[in-house]
Design a protein around this ligand. Structure first.
Ligand SMILES: [Zn+2]
Length: 80
């Protein structure tokens, strides 16, 4: 006897194809949602929704990422 779960019946072509088609449509929807971007109100560059803009560092009308400080830190690291 088999020690692992064994399917009682062979799954039909229709059943397999139907399962795959529903999975495929859902996956396509997920992929399109992932690549959705919105224009930044400050610099009009495309950015991901609900995230701070990587170009100007703004989110909801104020600076959340100090890009100037980041750049100066990078320069310091290179010098040291
Ligand atoms: Zn921006």
């Amino acid at each position: 006897m088999a020690k692992h779960p064994v399917p009682k019946r062979k799954s039909s072509k229709t059943r397999t194809k139907r399962r795959y088609s529903t999975w495929e449509s859902g996956e396509l929807k997920r992929l399109t949602n992932k690549s959705k971007t919105v224009a930044c109100p400050k610099c009009k560059q495309p950015r991901l929704p609900h995230t701070a803009c990587s170009v100007c560092g703004y989110y909801r009308g104020r600076v959340v990422i100090d890009l100037v400080a980041k750049d100066s830190k990078k320069v310091q690291k290179v010098k040291a």
